[in-house]
Design a protein around this ligand. Structure first.
Ligand code: GLA
Length: 508
């Protein structure tokens, strides 16, 4: 995600550092927030992470009249803030919203007290010993081609913990999800990877080996369990010092971490840029991602390599060269129509770069998470299939409604996604109707017409737009599971608001 790590990164608890504050105020009597000024450097303690580390936030504020500007930093991120002060009261906004404050509060007794998001927050004047650790720059390697690992000949399918569980994922959850992947039929429908996202990390031991935190007592045993179910296990890290949730990432430990994953039996790595943005520029993305591509290859274990850099640096042009099997093309998806449609439309220009072994990734599925209608989820599934996107379910597969099951496990739609030709459809808009045509192996074509409007509409598919090599042999509606007939070179059907007509048309 493009957000900085500390945005939305969780609780910021009150700090009681009064003694230090009083001593500092007496020592400096300067503009450090000793009762009279918002201006200066402030420190606040953040969450206690699942690995026992306690986050620290440094807020630096400047004031001109009633205008405030500043930055807030933590280990893995920095965010620019601006706002206003009125007397002792202040309001600060982040770069993402001018209406929803990032922090509000008051200067009282030499402390800043307020709320960050919905959470209570206390900052005290910072001393030099509060500085965040400096990071020694490591030059990325010279570019070369990492050879293809032979994996992901069709878009990867599986499940990922982030969309629903975020920081609440643990060993038991992953085991029960793995069980449900089998009992629900998801595995047999092709969903093979069970991917642990952020917040599994512990701390590094004396040799620099990263341990899992208490939520994952034995990663190797978990991998064995997942493998025993006929599934594969994925994990998450990033090229910076910290992940997006501020946990230790792989900076300077790339080979060591790759070896650890291989020793645990990991089959898939999602590698998330996040705090690497504090060290490297976008024109270094390729070299930085290549480093982990090399490290994974050196392990000798087949590990799917998923680049997560939100479409930065025209990743589609070099993702395959660093050994990437898929790469994110957009910001994080949310369980919301506008986010889902926005992501799939935003990645449309990347279509020529998708193909067997290397895929554009408009982010994971939200199907079944409850904030879109079933029509909208059918559109979500159809568009991901038409664009040969990875199908990584992000819902609670232990507890699915019949509609969610029917959407995620629609075998005819999955077959469109998994078509061996690996073509990514591109959209063509006509008013509220958007048509996506995907050529399939063997000369068939999949076509989807999405109704973006707020009322039901009549959607027509015209044969001439499908560029078939012969006469129509069979046309099938992949959601009603019925054959349909083209008449006079076209087929039309009523499509509900935000719904989709999805056909597979085969030619003689
Ligand atoms: C970023 C990624 C998400 C998820 C979170 C975890 O936002 O884009 O998919 O991995 O980090 O912190």
């Amino acid at each position: 995600m493009k957000r900085l790590a500390l945005e939305g990164s969780g609780e910021v608890v009150a700090a009681t550092r009064k003694f230090a504050r009083i001593v500092l105020c007496m020592a400096t009597m300067a503009a450090t927030g000793c009762g009279h000024h918002l201006v200066g450097r402030w420190v606040a303690t953040g969450r206690t992470l699942d690995n026992g580390e306690q986050e620290k936030y440094i807020l630096e504020l400047k004031q001109s009249g009633n205008q405030l500007t500043g930055t807030m930093k933590t280990w893995g991120g920095s965010v620019d803030l601006k706002g206003t002060a009125s007397g002792n009261h202040f309001v600060l906004f982040g770069p993402r919203s001018n209406t929803r404050p990032f922090i509000t509060g008051d200067l009282a007794g030499g402390e800043l007290r307020g709320t960050i998001g919905h959470r209570a927050w206390v900052a005290t004047p910072a001393s030099p010993s509060d500085d965040l650790p400096t990071v020694a720059y490591i030059e990325p390697p010279a570019l070369h081609n990492v050879s293809y690992n032979g994996l992901a000949k069709t878009p990867p399918m599986g499940w990922n913990s982030w969309n629903l569980f975020a920081g609440k994922v643990d060993d038991q959850t992953v085991r029960t999800i793995a069980d449900a992947m089998v009992s629900s039929g998801m595995r047999d429908a092709g969903y093979i990877y069970v991917n642990i996202d952020d917040t599994w990390q512990g701390v590094r031991d004396a040799q620099g080996n990263l341990q899992p935190n208490h939520k994952f007592p034995d990663m190797k045993a978990l991998a064995d369990y997942v493998h025993s179910k006929g599934l594969k296990l994925g994990i998450y890290s990033g090229p910076g010092t910290r992940t997006c949730a501020d946990y230790p990432a792989s900076y300077g430990h790339e080979e060591q971490d790759a070896k650890t994953y291989a020793a645990w039996g990991i089959d898939y790595l999602k590698y998330d840029w996040c705090s690497a943005a504090m060290i490297y520029k976008d024109d270094q993305l390729q070299a930085v991602y290549q480093k982990m591509g090399d490290a994974l290859q050196a392990t000798g274990r087949p590990i799917v390599y998923s680049l997560c850099e939100y479409g930065r640096g025209q990743v589609e042009k070099w993702g395959a060269e660093v050994g990437g099997n898929l790469w994110r093309t957009t910001d994080d998806i949310r369980d919301q129509w506008s986010s889902m449609i926005g992501n799939i439309e935003e990645q449309a220009p990347t279509a020529p770069y998708a193909g067997p072994g290397h895929w554009n990734d408009p982010d994971m599925l939200e199907i079944g998470n409850g904030h879109m209608s079933d029509d909208e989820y059918r559109t979500h599934m159809s568009l991901w299939a038409l664009t040969a996107a990875p199908l990584l379910a992000g819902n609670d597969v232990r507890n699915m409604t019949p509609a969610t099951k029917a959407i995620l496990m629609n075998k005819e739609v999955i077959a469109i996604d998994q078509d061996p030709l690996g073509k990514q459809a591109e959209p063509e808009k006509n008013g509220d109707l958007e048509t996506w045509v995907k050529p399939l192996a063997g000369g068939s074509v999949a076509v989807g017409v999405v109704n973006l409007g707020s009322a039901a509409a009549q959607a027509a598919v015209n044969l001439k737009d499908l560029h078939l090599k012969g006469a129509v042999r069979r046309a099938r509606d992949l959601w009603t599971h019925q054959d349909v007939k083209f008449a006079g070179g076209s087929y039309s059907a009523t499509v509900p608001s935000h719904g989709v007509l999805l056909l597979k048309v085969s030619a003689d």
